[in-house]
Design a protein around this ligand. Structure first.
Ligand code: SF4
Length: 697
């Protein structure tokens, strides 16, 4: 049968940041199945429903197959040379007329690391615009900003293995059971842990908890500050670690004055005893792990919340040890690759725009003048969109992301895209809501069709391999970038002798040498043999390639004085409070069957059958008050718009006064009602709370 593969190709899952190893079964030039790779250190052969159905993405309906250029209002087929020639000509014309920074670029956490590395050079040095960011700003720029402020550098310090060694695991705003399912198998392997889950919604992860803390929406920062105050007041902190490896204790202590147990209980809605019990459990643990995801990151106070989490780990010495870590579980399969190699919020290798030494070093490595390296980052994703609204960004290149579904308060984005002189969308699928608006569509290869590496949440670099060729005329993003560089006339300067992703990886290894994210000891051959290696892995590293590695084990941080910073933070209510017109608080999130805007999973029939449409969760008390019944079709309305004909689920999973809507579905797009509110430090959107009302459709 067609399902009996002739050969198996090792690769890594292209959905979430767990980074499961898998094998693609190939028969007669088709990928006919996938299976988990038992030798892979992350998942030992297991896969979740999305991973198990991933091979269907390759031959799914709606793959982009040919370059398409808009002529007289219609997208028409053109050859690659004309497509890229037109793109370069249009971008250059806009830059000539309005200045180099009138061009914006928005990429994605779906590219392989080699592509990020190439794209950063192409954008910043080839096109000469700093206005480049990724859709990763919509999911984990907050964790990046929080790590940089506390530790002097980005980089989740721990390893997945810590889930098996911690005696206390505190998960905040992290529904791993739906969003990172294979991590639950690591959690279950630890039979002696106490699992504490903080979430306003009784998620599947909350159902696994020993202690569940049903906090009020966006009260997490008050909770953590309350925990910190108990730990310090009751003298439960690690004085030796704090004295030797941190700074800022006295300012932190002072800033915690308002966070009495009663105050924390009042803000969070939790019983005071439950808060105190949590503080004592965490502080007295031999090894405590704190994990978080979008519940923390998607907030106007996200970065400060990450800093408060880091404070808690630092004052109890829960960092750099087996089982002990403040751990941001990232979103996309290669969100980490963009953090390390991306040329967006920093210079590749966690170098800083502001540091002359860093600029000189990278210029030397690239054999260019240091004056060409920007001294400041450009606009972040939401500010690129605001720039387009204001007419400052006039041309945009969007790669591997579908903002017409994923960007908050979608009308602002529509306005921005409508203002552009030229929009290029490069994607593996067409039509999508975003490609339909493009002036030029560039068809890209997807997972299974190209080679490179992904880095997962625990900083483990795994190989991605091509099992089949891309459809029709689609090309890998890597090949597209080299072709664009050729047209721009900068290929030999920026990518000397590059022919394949391995060339980019080898240059990146040299560029990362000596940095915190040191890849220099890794080779494609080592990654193929070992299935995955955590950085730092410098040349000459003696430990076993697959061994778990932790950052800051020596107590030395990446700050100027080598000490981690204990930072003061302040809780504030979320920006749009419920009121008489919009009395309910909307929370948005995900479901295990789907990936982001469903460009891929929406085309896979088994996943569609399991989760065919959006739903709204509402507490029975609110449903009764509104005279609504289960399965009614309802409208959710905010000050910005409405989403109609959503099936109602009446459930105590959500508390009275709150409703929940998954954001995957373009037809019932949650981002018609979410708001334009962003973390002032990370620029990540506050997707999680806005005021709405619900009516029968
Ligand atoms: Fe893929 Fe994530 Fe599922 Fe693993 S847990 S199979 S990486 S989607």
């Amino acid at each position: 049968s067609r399902k009996q593969a002739d050969r198996w190709v090792n690769s890594t899952c292209g959905y979430c940041s767990v980074g499961c190893g898998m094998q693609l079964g190939v028969k007669d030039g088709h990928v006919v199945s996938v299976r988990g790779n038992r030798a892979h250190p992350v998942n030992a052969g297991k896969l979740c429903p999305k991973g198990l159905a991933e091979h269907y993405t390759i031959e799914a309906e709606g793959r982009a197959r040919f370059p398409l250029l808009r002529k007289n209002g219609q997208l028409e087929r053109v050859n690659w040379d004309d497509a890229i020639g037109t793109m370069v000509e249009q971008f250059r014309a806009v830059q000539c007329k309005y200045g180099p920074e009138s061009l914006g670029i928005i990429s994605t956490g779906q590219l392989v690391t080699e592509e990020f590395y190439a794209l950063g050079k192409l954008v910043q040095l080839g096109f000469g615009t700093r206005n480049y960011d990724g859709n990763t700003t919509l999911c984990m720029s907050t964790a990046v900003a929080g790590y940089k402020r506390s530790f002097g550098s980005d980089g989740p310090p721990g390893a997945y293995e810590d889930l098996e060694h911690a005696d206390v695991i505190l998960l905040i705003g992290a529904n791993v059971a739906e969003n990172h399912p294979i991590l639950c198998t690591r959690l279950e392997a630890n039979q002696s842990k106490t699992l504490i889950v903080v979430d306003p919604r009784v998620t599947k992860t909350a159902m696994m908890a020993d202690i569940y803390l049903p906090v009020k929406p966006r009260s997490d920062l008050a909770l953590i500050n309350g925990l910190l105050r108990i730990v310090i007041d009751e003298d439960l902190y690690d004085k030796s670690f704090v004295a030797s490896h941190t700074s800022g204790l006295e300012d932190l202590r002072e800033s915690l004055t308002p966070y009495t147990l009663d105050y924390a209980a009042q803000i969070t809605g939790l019983e005071p005893e439950l808060i105190r019990k949590t503080a004592l459990l965490y502080a007295n643990a031999k090894a405590a792990f704190i994990g978080w995801t979008m519940g923390v990151n998607h907030s106007t106070k996200g970065t400060e919340t990450v800093n408060a989490i880091n404070n808690l780990a630092l004052i109890t010495g829960n960092i750099g040890r087996k089982g002990a870590s403040p751990f941001s579980i990232t979103g996309q399969c290669n969100a980490m690759g963009t953090r390390e190699t991306g040329f967006t919020s920093g210079i590749p290798g966690y170098r800083k725009f502001e540091s002359e030494m860093d600029r000189r070093e990278i210029a030397r490595l690239w054999n260019i003048s240091a004056e060409r390296i920007p001294t400041q980052r450009g606009l972040a994703y939401p500010d690129i969109i605001e720039g387009a609204v204001a007419g400052k960004i006039r041309a945009l290149w969007i790669l591997g992301t579908n903002p017409l579904v994923s960007f908050p308060n979608i009308d602002v984005l529509k306005h921005a895209l409508g203002n552009l002189d030229f929009l290029v969308v490069q994607d593996g699928f067409h039509p999508t809501p975003t490609t339909e608006l493009a002036d030029l569509v560039l068809p890209a290869a997807i997972w299974g069709e190209k080679e490179g590496t992904y880095t997962n949440s625990e900083r483990r670099v795994s190989k991605v391999n091509a099992a089949v060729a891309p459809p029709a005329e689609a090309r890998s993003d890597f090949d597209i970038f080299l072709a664009v560089a050729e047209h721009l006339g900068c290929r030999e300067e920026l990518f000397p002798d590059w022919r394949e992703p391995r060339d980019a990886f080898d240059e990146w290894r040299r560029v990362s040498a000596g940095r915190l994210c040191d890849y220099s000891g890794m080779t494609y051959e080592l990654l193929d043999q070992s299935c995955g290696v955590q950085w730092p892995y410098p040349i000459g590293e003696k430990s076993r390639a697959t061994a778990s590695r932790r950052l800051y084990s020596n107590g030395q941080f990446e700050t100027d004085d080598g000490r981690a910073r204990l930072l003061s933070t302040r809780w504030e209510p979320f920006p749009e409070q419920p009121n008489s017109e919009f009395p309910l608080i909307l929370n948005t999130g995900r479901t295990v069957e789907h990936w982001h805007t469903r460009t891929k999973t929406g085309a896979i029939s088994i996943l569609q059958r399991m989760s065919p449409r959006a739903w709204l969760e509402m507490n029975p008390k609110d449903a009764q008050q509104l005279n609504l019944q289960a399965h009614d079709r309802v409208e959710v309305i905010s000050a910005r718009g409405r989403v109609s004909k959503i099936e109602l689920r009446i459930t105590e999973i959500v508390a009275p006064g709150q409703v929940f809507l998954p954001f995957h579905f373009a037809e019932t797009n949650a981002n018609q009602i979410t708001q334009s509110a962003f973390d002032p430090i990370s620029r990540e959107p506050n997707y999680k709370q806005c005021a709405v009302r619900v009516e029968r459709s």
